[in-house]
Design a binder for this molecule. Sequence first.
Ligand SMILES: [Zn+2]
Length: 363
Amino acid sequence: MNHLRTLLYLLPTVLMLSACSQENGTDEPANVIIFIADGAGLAQWTLAHFANENLAVRQMTVTGLVDTRGSNHEVSGSAPTATALATGVRSVMGAIGVGPDSLPRESVLEVAHRQGWGTGLITTTTITDATPASFATHVPSRTQRLEIFKQMINLPVHVLLGGGSRMIQIIEAQDSLGLESIIRDRYNYVETLTGLKLHSQDSTTSNILGLFSPGEMAMAIRGRSPNLVEMTKAGIDILQRYPKGFFLLVENEGSDTYAHRNLDREVLTAEMLEFDEAVAVGLSFHQQHPETLVVVTSDHETGGITLRGDEERNLILEYATTSHTAALVPLFAIGPGAEKLSGIHRNDEVGRILLDLIDGSSN
Ligand SMILES: [Zn+2]
């Protein structure tokens, strides 16, 4: 009788504990990798799929669509759309990590950082561009590049890989900013693939700043070095050294930039295929570490691409604009919490789901 009473008394506690551990065990990712193909809508993915029917994204179990509008407009841009995905708040054109009121909003990367995770930003354009910037910094205008860079290295984001070495020359020329010593103290700085590989293989490296071209990096079709696949591999190698987990954002900017320029099918296809190969690197990490959430999406569509037929029903790529469009963009996900991203979501809802998943994993 006494035993029964004790058992009943303890029951709520036991149930609570088991609910908690189940939550930690099944729903909350230990690592999060987000891939963004800037400007890529369904037409861009169609080009990639026609070129390779074994795209890595086909391994992803969850598919969704994202509504990319901003707080006061329907056809958006990379700054507010990345801000919505990163912070769960829709904002105005140009806004980086701030709401329509210009006040800072905490990002998924910052929540991860606060929990002691390793953090990384990788892009094929300058590292201070709108998408990576929105995940780690807070400024009212995307043009404030030096301020963005300063905030990134002050956090610090542990892995920063992309273009923008011109900034280092500016910083060296006018070091009133005091950034040169911060970089020297906090980062291993590299400008080549060889340097990057050296650090990805050196188990003592936990911080890296790699800027591989003065501005944006070369086109995929011309062979950029390092390419997005090599940068993603190195980024994961280094961030794996953080025992509490890591958050990594990987962006390909080419799918946006070359659609703005209305370039041809081959150029866009090459960008999408290299991007998908980078996703494959994330997915193979997920296979070894299933507690990793991998999400692939876009910030918005660029070009209003139409894949119409000619008289012989061959595909003709046509652009409706040199700017962005309001079309929903695809999302793919796999790993703990992925099913929450299934179906149609607003971009800020995607951000809030990611924030919940990452914040929850500290409990
Ligand atoms: Zn754009």
